[in-house]
Design a protein around this ligand. Structure first.
Ligand SMILES: Cc1cc2nc3c(=O)[nH]c(=O)nc-3n(C[C@H](O)[C@H](O)[C@H](O)COP(=O)(O)OP(=O)(O)OC[C@H]3O[C@@H](n4cnc5c(N)ncnc54)[C@H](O)[C@@H]3O)c2cc1C
Length: 493
């Protein structure tokens, strides 16, 4: 890990200086270069690898076809959770309890990597704040209890169960039932984080070249060759972190990803009433992955919701976001949308990221889907530590092989599955709300009946016959006098 770079060009130097000042003039690679590690792509994944590898002493060059954070990494909400896009129960089913636990621990280390980097000192204005609430669209508290136990006890992750009334005190809507609160999950300014990461990687010695697409690679020898329109590189390791745009360097790899475009908006200022309606200050996401939002800039809502499997301008979805906000929080009425943004995520067929070595010295870090903050950080740590320290824990990802995502036909099918999944979860949500209304009406009717009986002073009319014996103290309450199911779970508050 000792080769030296050629000297820094004027263009590169000025690019670095202006990037740090946030002005954005870009350094293109215009001279041939040798490095230990060449990273393709300056999104969250590529920059996390670059930062960790540079900190461990490697010479690192990052080649980015557009500019730092150009795609999803620079257009996301910045919520940092443990785990993966694949639900934990499915992960355990797929690889067994022990390996799932190890992977979960790595995912938590990824989140801690973000926390350690995202300090105000390192990234001014990053605004790290604690606490994420996952709310349920359906009334399924029985499942919640075992999940809480598993997370707390088996996966060493601090979580609290919130009953529906606590959730509704924090979020004034009847859409949500129970919640799982992750007090140690957090959020940062997602659009700033990727630039902060680039600045840290540069400080650690990595060199980042923008407007420098990689058009081909030859990964056959010990020293691998990387070709760009303006220069060539040689490196012992190549890390493919180009997400769905990787293209020519290894087209078949891009085809293992289903591209899913995600869109988010920021409302106009909503004033004090926002805090009465949305009192929870961290990120909120629903259990079906439909809505994801939080309060930003004092009194605005940042809200992510629609997704497509084709590219569209984010502005096109401002109306959809506005309608979504109105349907969850009708009291907010018709909010104005001040800004829209979005990007394309790469989803794998099995829902887990692609992390590992494809052949000696050729690495992949992609497929982070909708949960890229902690998982891309984890990929950076795993790959850099394997290259530089021989840490082989990336092999835990081996069961998640590269599966073809189906090309154009598969992508259309993906959209249909997505729509079906969302429609069925929306239907389950309506059903749960309907059941709750029925229970509420039952309770009101019983209360009216009891009041009428009390007013009559004689209790309920008893048919003629022998007087019933008083019930023993331990006898269960009669059906109908129990709390409705929405409040009927012994989760901690
Ligand atoms: C609206 C939205 C909200 C989100 N919110 C969250 C959230 O709150 N929390 C969370 O954990 N995740 C979130 N995500 C997901 C997260 O943003 C992604 O998982 C993550 O950014 C993926 O990072 P990446 O580096 O793999 O890909 P990218 O961001 O796509 O970066 C890849 C880079 O590689 C470059 N590249 C590709 N091919 C080449 C080539 N041949 N030569 C040179 N350069 C190349 C591209 O130009 C690009 O800049 C969100 C995503 C979106 C869209």
């Amino acid at each position: 890990m000792s080769e030296t770079f050629t000297s820094v060009s004027q263009e590169e130097a000025s690019g670095e200086a202006s990037e740090e000042a946030g002005l954005g003039a870009r350094a293109r690679l215009s001279f041939d270069l040798d490095a230990d590690v060449c990273v393709i792509g300056a999104g969250l994944a590529g920059l996390s690898v670059a930062l960790e590898a540079a900190r461990l002493g490697a010479s690192v060059a990052v080649l980015e076809g557009r500019h730092v954070g150009w795609n999803a990494s620079g257009n996301q909400l910045g919520t940092v959770m443990p785990g993966f896009a694949l639900p934990l129960a499915e992960l355990i089913e797929r690889i067994g309890f022990e390996d799932a636990r190890e992977l979960w621990t790595l995912s938590k280390e990824g989140a801690e990597f973000v926390r350690a980097n995202a300090t105000e000192e390192n990234m001014p204005g990053i605004c790290l704040s604690e606490g994420v609430l996952e709310v349920s669209n359906v009334d399924a508290g029985d499942r919640l209890i075992s999940r809480l136990q598993m997370l707390n006890e088996d996966f060493d992750t601090e979580v609290e169960g919130w009953q529906a009334d606590r959730v509704r005190a924090a979020l004034r809507t009847d859409r949500y039932f129970h919640g799982v609160h992750y007090p140690k999950a957090f959020q940062v300014d997602g659009r700033k984080y990727v630039h902060g990461l680039a600045a840290l990687a540069r400080r650690a010695g990595a060199r980042i070249f923008e407007d420098t697409p990689v058009v081909s690679i030859d990964h056959s020898g010990i020293r691998k060759r990387i070709v760009t329109p303006t220069a060539r590189l040689r490196a012992t390791h190549i890390v493919l972190a180009g997400n769905i745009h990787l293209g020519a360097p290894l087209r078949r790899l891009s085809e293992t990803l289903l591209p899913v475009w995600r869109y988010a908006g920021v409302t106009a200022p909503l004033g004090e009433r926002l805090h009465e309606i949305v009192a929870f200050k961290g990120s909120v996401m629903d259990s079906d992955g439909i809505d994801h939002f939080r309060v930003v800039d004092g009194d605005r809502l940042m809200w992510e919701s629609p997704e497509t499997t084709w590219a569209a301008r984010p502005q096109r979805f401002a109306g959809a976001i506005r309608r979504r906000i109105r349907s969850i929080f009708p009291e907010l009425g018709n909010v104005g949308i001040a800004d829209m943004f979005g990007g394309v995520t790469g989803q794998t067929v099995h829902g887990m990221p692609q992390i590992g070595q494809l052949r000696k010295g050729l690495w992949v870090a992609s497929g982070f889907g909708r949960q890229g903050m902690n998982t891309s950080a984890m990929a950076g740590q795993l790959i850099a530590r394997s290259i530089l320290q021989g840490d082989e824990r990336w092999k835990l990802f081996s069961p998640f092989e590269l599966v073809w995502a189906g090309g154009a036909t598969g992508r259309v099918a993906g959209q249909l599955v997505g729509i079906w999944g969302r429609a069925s979860s929306a239907a389950a949500g309506s059903l749960a709300r309907y059941r709750e209304r029925v229970r509420l009406k039952d309770r009101e009717r019983e209360a009216r009946l009891a009041a009428a009986n009390r007013a009559a002073g004689s209790g309920p009319r008893r048919p003629a016959g022998p007087r019933p014996r008083p019930a023993p103290a331990s006898e269960p309450a009669a059906p109908g006098s129990a709390e409705p199911a929405a409040h009927d779970h012994s989760v901690s508050q």
